[in-house]
Design a protein around this ligand. Structure first.
Ligand code: MG
Length: 397
């Protein structure tokens, strides 16, 4: 067992030797810690490979340089690891959570998620966080002895970032005292899970500016109303006046984003370091019963919120983005209706799962869940083609 990194962990960090374990007991790996093993299982999963063809904000076909769910997840892992190291938290666990956190996302980003959730309303709804957990707990088919990846409790806890009370109760019934419990008790997850949440936010705020400006939907000039961005733009122009030239726009953008990212990362390290020092939790169990300890300073939280509001108004609700998301929602809605009517049109394993439910008491709900699982696993391009095959109409390029 590689001893050095674990020896450097703070007492309140998740230690792999004190993991609450896996749902199916397995002998320890000879050369890897439990969390490194989780990370490796995630990287080799089918769901992980599909992230490359899933939209973050811009649909996959709109350009080769925009973030996908895969590059987003890698950026979250990078930011998370940097912060974890400085706070003496477990980098491997942060990496595992970051790489898995978006596995349950539908094709077409939030548009797809909203459409699928609407379709699933009569059958218990659809939440992407819960779906990420379903992917690692049951939908991946890679092991002879069990469904899913059989990840450790701490990784699964981090993946389930949010959960409704109803779903938490359902989880609690299946796994008493398990990952659904904290949403009923209103306690906190590990510091590594808290850190991943924040790394996710920092990553998408930054890369959505980059993708938004590069797409031409927003401009750096417009971003002058966002202090978190504009303070750095002005600072850079004072240091490097030539970056004000039109031809230097890209360098100015990247340098602005780089400084903004660094400022947020250092802010989290300082504010969280201070909160940890004050609360001085003795161990992970103590962390769970304290308020959230990982976060921005209050001034950075406010600046980050201003940026989020800007992106919501000017990018996520941009007419051009909305037009494509409308079509994407139509694809998902129509696919759902097709498979509900004709489950045999799904891939073999899903069709078989659906057929096996015939005559069971929960048939309608359980069959709709199979359809949701099938659609949620699709990449943007597979969903587009499959929709065309079933409807005879091509809605997206
Ligand atoms: Mg994310």
């Amino acid at each position: 067992m590689p001893a050095a990194p674990e020896a450097a962990l703070a007492p309140y960090a998740c230690h792999p030797d004190h993991s609450r374990g896996r749902r199916f007991a397995q002998a320890p790996a000879p050369t890897r810690t439990e969390f490194q093993r989780d990370r490796d299982r995630i990287v080799h999963s089918t769901g992980f490979r599909r992230l490359v063809y899933k939209t973050q904000v811009f649909l996959n076909h709109e350009g080769d340089l925009f973030r996908t769910r895969l590059t987003h997840s890698l950026e979250v892992a990078q930011l998370g690891r940097s912060m974890a190291r400085s706070l003496a938290l477990n980098e491997d666990l942060v990496e595992a959570i970051a790489l898995a956190h978006d596995l349950g996302h539908t094709p077409f980003g939030h548009a797809g998620q909203d459409a699928l959730n609407a379709c699933m309303q009569p059958f218990g709804g659809f939440e992407h966080n819960l779906q990420s957990l379903r992917v690692v707990d049951s939908l991946e088919e890679r092991y002879p002895e069990f469904d899913g990846l059989n990840l450790s409790f701490e990784t699964r806890e981090g993946i389930l970032k949010h959960c409704s009370a109803t779903n938490a109760q359902a989880l609690e019934q299946l796994e008493p005292g398990g990952v659904g419990r904290r949403f009923l008790d209103r306690t906190q997850p590990s510091l590594e899970a808290q850190l991943c949440n924040l790394a996710d936010e920092i990553a998408y705020n930054a890369h959505d500016i980059d993708d938004g400006v590069r797409s031409g939907l927003i401009t750096l000039a417009q971003l002058q109303q966002v202090p978190l961005v504009d303070d750095f733009r002005r600072q850079i122009l004072t240091e490097f006046p030539t970056l004000g030239d039109r031809s230097q726009g890209r360098r100015l953008l990247y340098e602005t984003i780089r400084r903004m990212l660094s400022a947020q990362v250092y802010d989290v390290m300082a504010a969280s370091g201070q909160a940890l020092q004050q609360a001085a939790p003795a161990d992970v169990a103590a962390v769970r019963h304290l308020p959230a300890l990982i976060g921005f300073s209050s001034s950075m939280a406010e600046r980050s919120q201003q940026l989020k509001s800007f992106l919501l108004r000017h990018l996520y609700r941009h007419p051009q983005v909305m037009a494509t998301t409308g079509l994407a929602q139509q694809v998902v809605q129509e696919l759902f209706a097709f498979y509900q009517a004709q489950p045999t049109e799904m891939a073999e394993g899903f069709a078989a799962r659906s057929a096996a439910l015939a005559g069971t008491p929960e048939e309608a709900t359980a069959r709709a869940r199979v359809v949701a699982d099938y659609i949620a696993g699709m990449t943007d391009r597979f969903a587009t083609r499959e929709h065309e095959r079933l409807s005879g109409r091509r809605l997206l390029p």
